[in-house]
Design a protein around this ligand. Structure first.
Ligand code: PA5
Length: 433
């Protein structure tokens, strides 16, 4: 597997503290593997990488190639929460924020992720005169935000290419058996991709939810699955001493319970991880934040946010710890070049010969010392190898395994989200009056 290295040296915890949880972790892990834990009807995600259906993978790749060949410029991905964040996270993680046109086979735009009229209008306008296809993603098939957006984009496409042709450019990713979307897709004759019943939204990025848009944009989905499979071999072990995902879960549990820290800030030094951090926030926030328990997941991009949140982290209330992701090999590396002495007006010649990535790493080392040693903010460090599809598959599994263990340590069901329903009930009561 591509390397994922975790380091607790600056966390204020030593390995011995973490390993005192070995028996507890072993018990939870064994129960989880035999589907005896609370919420086990939603444990489908943990075996996803191994149970992948190659026929379905091939179908997704073929459909993606067809769209690319036909010159479709944009795939409008319509979804929210778990039906949105992982897709955006994976695409940016592998391709970067401004992908070069040779590696990006199609532009993806995201809709149905809010009820903002301004946003929806602008997105409709953006695709109006371009060749676009639609992938509407909703497990329940009833979520209001994507439903509204889908109605609008569907109409626009049908008006443009005709109702009969439009069905070749609309893909519904949804539950097999229930929901309005699955019925609508059957009636209209859309290609359907299935989200397994036992996989909850925030755990669904390695299902067609993520895989079909990934194939369209040009990612190698088989490599993503290969990375996930390798990670699953390691991070499903019940042996805490060799399972870093569970060590991370235990470390954050100790920091929360014994050091009374209420916030975990996940930090990356790579701006194209912004949506990966958003995906992680949903994964941990929705899984753990219940029964008046859980850490508040927060995120930051460094060094960017050192110029905004840095002050608080260093000197503000002692309510948080940081988990920091850095990448060993940058996608592209730049060197600081030397200028003739008389032209060294910016006085940066002292950096000449150094790479920008090296300077980023020095900033990381300096910050970890400032925050952990001087600011007394515990730091966990996760080093990943690169920006590849394999690494993305592996790090997804790492955090999914960790959040499940973490939830069970907190004695909550990590797979439901009763709190999310409250706003919906209130809203629908008014809308249906
Ligand atoms: O994790 C979850 O279950 C949620 O975030 C859902 O993904 C989100 O609410 C969207 O639901 P659906 O896919 O049913 O439209």
């Amino acid at each position: 597997m591509k390397e994922i290295k975790i380091n607790f040296d600056k966390s204020g915890l030593n390995l011995k503290d973490i390993l005192t949880y070995s028996d507890k972790v072993e018990k939870i892990s064994d129960k989880m593997e035999s589907f005896e834990t609370e919420g086990s009807e939603f444990l489908g995600w943990k075996d996803l990488p191994n149970n992948i259906n190659n026929q379905e993978l091939n179908q997704m790749e073929e459909e993606a190639k067809r769209l690319q060949k036909e010159g479709i410029e944009i795939l409008v991905v319509i979804g929210i929460g778990g039906s949105y964040l992982g897709v955006k996270a994976g695409m940016d993680f592998v391709l970067g924020e401004y992908p070069d046109k040779n590696s990006q086979k199609m532009e993806l735009i995201f809709a149905g992720d809010s009820i903002s009229s301004t946003s929806l209008f602008q997105k409709l306008k953006y695709v109006e005169n371009k060749k676009f296809a639609i992938n509407v993603i909703s497990k329940s098939g009833t979520t209001l935000e994507p439903s509204i957006a889908f109605r609008m984009f569907k109409k626009m496409l049908e008006d443009k290419v005709g109702k009969n042709n439009a069905k070749d450019y609309i893909f519904a990713t949804t539950s097999y058996s229930k929901g309005i979307l699955t019925e609508l897709a059957d009636k209209e004759g859309y290609t359907k991709f299935i989200i397994p019943e036992d996989v909850g939204g925030r755990f669904s990025v390695l299902t067609p939810v993520g895989l079909f848009p990934f194939a369209c944009v040009g990612l190698n989905i088989k490599k993503i699955i290969a990375g996930a499979q390798k990670a699953n071999e390691i991070y499903s072990s019940n042996n805490l001493s060799i399972n870093d995902a569970y060590k991370y879960a235990v470390a954050r549990y100790i920091l929360h319970k014994t050091k009374k820290l209420g916030v975990e800030m996940l930090v990356s030094y790579e701006p194209n991880h912004r949506y990966f951090l958003e995906w992680w926030k949903q994964l941990f926030g929705e899984s753990e934040g219940k029964d008046e328990k859980g850490l508040l997941p927060h995120s930051a991009i460094f060094t960017t946010d050192l110029h905004s949140l840095g002050q608080f982290i260093q000197d503000g209330s002692k309510i948080l710890f940081e988990t920091v992701i850095t990448v060993k090999n940058p996608k592209n590396n730049l060197k600081i070049f030397e200028l003739p002495k008389e032209e060294d007006l910016d006085k940066l010649n002292y950096l000449s010969g150094r790479t920008v990535h090296e300077i980023n790493n020095i900033a990381f080392e300096a910050t970890i010392d400032a925050h952990a040693l001087i600011g007394k903010v515990p730091n966990i460090h996760i080093l990943i190898e690169d920006f590849s599809e394999e690494t993305f598959g592996s790090i997804v599994v790492f955090f999914e395994r960790a959040v499940a263990m973490s939830g069970y340590l907190l004695k909550i069901n990590p797979f439901n989200q009763p709190g999310v329903e409250v706003y919906k009930t209130n809203m629908f009561k008014t809308l249906k009056k």
